[in-house]
Design a protein around this ligand. Sequence first.
Ligand SMILES: [Zn+2]
Ligand SMILES: [Zn+2]
Length: 380
Amino acid sequence: MAEPGEWDNFLLRYPGIIVSGSKARGTVKLNGKWYRLKVVCPHFPKLEEARLELLLPQQVKFTKIKKEDLKAGWTLYDLMEHLPQLQHKYSDTANLSAKSLEITDSNIYSEIAALYAPQDYQLELNDACSLLRFSKFAGYERHYLQVALPTLQITAHSLPDCVPWEEQLQKYENLTAMVQQFRNYLQHLRAFYGNFADIDELCYVVQPKPPVSTKHNWRLFVLRERVFIKLVLSDPFAPIGSMSVQIIGPTQAVEELRRTLSDGLSEWDVELDIHKNLLRIFDICYFPMPPGSGWMEVDGEVNSTEQKFCNICYSYQLEEGEIPIVSCDNPQCTLVYHAACLKEWFNTLTDGMDFLSVSFGTCPFCKTKLSTSFSELLAN
Ligand SMILES: [Zn+2]
Ligand SMILES: [Zn+2]
């Protein structure tokens, strides 16, 4: 009889196996393929008096491996390394039935083997068998779900940050149910992602820093020179109901556009996506595109989305992707600033003040009075 502890190294090497006494069973992955086996190994790791059964592809019952196929002097380790050859040999002679594989084992590693569905998603297990990653979901190629094993703790996912998905998904105690629920979510989020798709493709999105990931639930894009739209969909399951559209730019221009927007919102066309509704509301054919995309020339406004650096720090894009979006209200000045830089400047002013989340100060150059809501601009 094997002493307790003797199996430890073996189990470290093959974490998909569970052992009780001299019996071991479970799943191992060799050269990218899965094998399910049952072993009785009373003189571990020697194979004297050992018995091995292997589950062959397309079979429901385990097949016993004959003694003469186990070479003299082999240990259980040698046998594991030869599983591919053994399986190959026995598969050739086995009467292959079309019965599907039946999983009755509650071992998580055999569950993983059963989740193998290359037409639905890509499934990857790291070498230590401690992390499982589902990715490239059919129809949702950018999405992924990563789970630690055997705890089923979610370590990474592609869903929007504004919802506590981990809590939701962690409720499921088995992997199959968890992945199914994740795929249900993807289906329910179609409208959410669909609404951002045209904006990402057909607008000059300046924030979040490109490439925008599937985790962001907001976009800041150019409406016209020095004027930006900030679109936030706070509930991914109800994108239109939870939508907020903000216009950011010089006070005068913004006031006018806000009126246009609020009039337009009352005539929202539910048949159209957000991008098309906004085009209709602002009565334009398209939003400005990024510089160099070749679209601007059509309108004769070649420079309207020219990159203007911040007049406080003299750079364009900050580390987190922020670009200068706060303009001076003085039409003669037209300088732009990063919200963060201007906030710092306001803090140095003796007559600067905050009122109901709006900060008041002056332009560092022309000294015109400025007001802006940093909490909105810096929130994300
Ligand atoms: Zn700056
Ligand atoms: Zn100014």
